[in-house]
Design a protein around this ligand. Structure first.
Ligand SMILES: [Zn+2]
Length: 386
């Protein structure tokens, strides 16, 4: 079984193309991890997720501890068996969800007590219990339990929160059971304050983890400030460990963050957009509910090999959403995840070819361009019924 480690295969500027080696197989980086919060990538079968080329998916401690419970998942063979995903799984620690979803939370130095958003029952998460739950789930990558302050907050509050999270990171590491091929990531906090981020990186690298995440961004600070924070943070992070930017983002966010040295991402955007008729394409986004798609026999994208694009027209997708048919969200989620995976493959290839900046400029120009014209994509491209 492979030791958990990350190897760098190629660099272009600050961007890195590498390979993450885990007990559940390798993952090419940079990588986008579809979000499987409750043990399912919403509206997708696992075969569909696999068909997009996704190498690793997310699960969530907060949601799974409340329902169905970590002990039950463990008794049923762990999260991989439970959700039928043999590849690596990263589990979020629950810290962010306790803050955003848990009602009547009480934070103390030891942990957080909160009420379930499902039935109001009282629960408690500490660095030790979060790490234990992720162990029961059999997460390939365990995240440290951290505290996520609501923003905006004054620098003193951000500093106090970051230092609490660093003490919790040490306790999470203490509680973590080392296994071959498994890893635990520390989470760099500190808001958009350069010196606090540096203090956090130092605290985490002193403890020592298999990878390092950047938390507390994409919470409303805007892309410019997020990129500025990455510009000062990634250069002081270890060069031989994977870097994971949590909860990000749009295709342009991913591209700009890879250019700043980030290797791993997760975000609900492509799955959530897929349930609300919004499609990501090489030419920006489309709203399939829009009347202009009602008679359009073309696929969403001429470059996509997903089921929505190879077998169905925009007009059919439009019809499914107008009729509130469940197949609409299923097909469009599939398409969006396929797009995100294709994007990451193209970005990775550009790093290997050492032309990421030119590729990025071309991608950004295309996102800003209009939909494909009739000349660029004559209709119909949908193949006949077999
Ligand atoms: Zn597609």
């Amino acid at each position: 079984m492979s030791r958990f480690h990350w190897t760098c295969e190629s660099t272009d500027g600050a961007a890195r193309a590498g390979m993450l080696h885990t007990a559940h197989g390798p993952v090419a980086t940079p990588t986008f991890m579809p979000v499987g919060t409750v043990g399912t990538v919403k509206a997708m079968t696992m075969d569909a997720v696999r068909s997009t080329g996704a190498g690793i998916v997310l699960g969530n401690t907060y949601h799974l501890m409340l329902r169905p419970g970590a002990a039950r998942v463990r008794a049923l063979g762990g999260l991989h068996r439970f959700m039928d995903w043999s590849g690596p799984i990263l589990t979020d620690s629950g810290g962010f969800q306790v803050m955003s979803l848990g009602a009547l939370r009480r934070l103390d130095q030891d942990g957080v007590t909160f009420r379930s958003h499902i039935d109001g029952s009282e629960h408690r998460l500490t660095p030790e219990s979060s790490t234990g739950i992720q162990h029961d789930l059999d997460a390939t990558i365990t995240m440290c339990f951290d505290e996520c302050p609501a923003l905006p907050a004054p620098p003193e509050a951000i500093a106090a929160s970051m230092r609490l999270s660093m003490r919790w990171a040490a306790r999470s590491r203490e509680a973590y059971v080392q296994r071959t091929g498994y890893g635990q990531f520390g989470i760099v906090q500190g808001g958009t304050e350069t010196d606090l981020r540096a203090e956090s990186v130092k605290a985490l690298t002193d403890i020592g983890f298999e990878g390092y995440a950047i938390g507390g961004l994409a919470v409303g600070e805007g892309q410019e400030l997020m990129f500025a924070t990455l510009d000062s943070t990634t250069p002081i992070m270890p060069t031989d460990k994977p870097r994971y930017l949590m909860g990000v983002g749009t295709p342009d966010d991913l591209l700009g963050s890879v250019q700043r040295g980030v290797d791993m991402f997760d975000c609900v955007m492509p799955t959530r957009a897929g349930r609300t008729a919004r499609a990501y394409t090489e030419r920006g986004t489309l709203n399939l509910r829009n009347a202009r798609h009602a008679t359009d026999a073309r696929p969403i994208s001429p470059h996509c090999d997903c089921l929505a694009c190879t077998r169905h027209s925009r007009a059919y997708l439009h019809h499914l959403f107008r009729a509130n048919e469940i197949l609409g969200p299923m097909l469009l989620t599939w398409h969006n995840i396929a797009y995100y995976q294709r994007l990451m493959r193209q970005i990775r290839q550009a790093i290997v070819d050492k032309n990421l900046d030119a590729t990025a400029a071309r991608m950004r120009a295309e996102w800003a361009a209009q939909d494909w014209t009739e000349d660029e994509m004559p209709q119909p491209l949908i193949p006949p019924i077999p």
